[in-house]
Design a protein around this ligand. Structure first.
Ligand code: SF4
Length: 319
């Protein structure tokens, strides 16, 4: 994987948008051909979170409203995973609100659900359970978990502006613990929090250094009652530029459009797949509904046909 100096990345970021998008798309096609990855998440436990992440509707410290419920039962999660699989998702992720995995008992409860989903559907299971220690993650790995999701959210220096109840280093340590437990890692961030372009570059550089296996790019959807409510804080061109830079920094892994794909990018989401993105969440997000799965699948088919022409034929799928 090529490494870029800080200066080289800064120069790339200054290129005209069309040029950097063209470079990023070529890098995507050369390294990953027409592959496209689809995953679905479920909010397996919602609300009442002790943490104060400024963007999040599930923090008990904000005035926002989000559903509140405990860990979903095994049979409900198996049903949801099976439905996700039928719509074309190859990965199903269990996401829980809260600071992280606090005890062996909590890890075992999640492990029971992972094992049941694996046994009854065969779909790849991911999990996003917050800050976690290696011994807890090993239990999940043994139950059949393939990938742990843990966003860095933003750059190291901007992180204290969006969260004061835990640190950037705790997030990095969780990513390292997941690796040590033998799990793949899905880690990205949330852009449009009020961070600078330089801070977005710094996030991309850190993700590349950590050699993560998948990078979700979320765009802030400002939610009423959170400290970041109000109009969007990032422009469409800047979002596209960020995606292109992430692709250039990380040529051979999925760059996954997640939250904000519909509600912020709207009619421009196709351009994101022209800027190096090649994966997405389908079927809605944690506290924001997504658009119809059929529409998404039709879009993916058309995008892959365009890529295929550019690559000289052939469609490749991705697990
Ligand atoms: S992002 Fe996670 S840790 Fe932060 S407030 Fe929301 S649920 Fe809690």
């Amino acid at each position: 994987m090529p490494t870029f100096s800080k200066h080289e990345i800064e120069s790339l970021a200054l290129m005209p948008l069309a040029d950097i998008m063209g470079i990023a798309r070529r890098i995507k096609l050369v390294n990953r051909n027409t592959s496209f990855s689809l995953c679905t998440i479920t909010n397996a436990r919602s609300g009442k979170c002790t943490e104060d992440c400024a963007f999040c509707a599930q923090s008990a410290r904000h005035a926002s409203r989000s559903p509140e419920y405990g860990l979903k039962p095994v049979d409900q999660l198996v049903r949801e995973a099976s439905n996700a699989q039928k719509t074309g998702a190859t990965r199903f992720s269990l996401v829980t609100s809260g600071r992280g995995i606090e005890s062996m008992r909590q890890a075992e409860e999640i492990a029971e659900r992972i094992a049941a989903i694996r046994e009854q559907t065969g779909i790849s299971v991911c999990a996003s359970l917050g800050i976690a220690r290696c011994e807890h993650l090993e239990i999940l790995k043994q139950a059949g978990l393939s990938r742990y999701h843990h966003n860095l959210e933003t750059s190291r220096d901007f992180f204290p502006s969006i969260c004061t109840t835990h640190t950037f280093d705790q997030r990095v340590n969780t990513i390292r613990a997941a690796r040590k437990a033998g799990l793949e890692v899905c880690a990205g961030g949330l852009i449009g929090l009020g961070e600078s372009r330089e801070q977005r570059l710094s996030l991309g550089r850190t993700l590349a250094e950590l050699a993560v296996d998948s990078v979700p790019v979320n765009i802030l959807v400002p939610i009423k009652g959170t400290p970041l409510e109000g109009p969007p804080r990032i422009s469409i061109p800047e979002i596209l530029r960020t995606i292109a830079i992430f692709r250039i920094l990380m040529p051979s892994i999925p760059i996954r459009l997640a939250g904000g794909r519909d509600s912020i990018l709207k009619d421009f989401q196709g351009m994101a797949f022209n800027a190096g993105a090649d994966a997405m969440l389908i079927g809605g997000y944690l506290t924001v509904r997504g658009r119809a799965v059929e529409e998404d699948l039709a879009m993916v088919e058309e995008i892959r046909k365009i890529w295929s022409e550019e690559c000289g034929g052939g469609l490749f799928s991705e697990e």
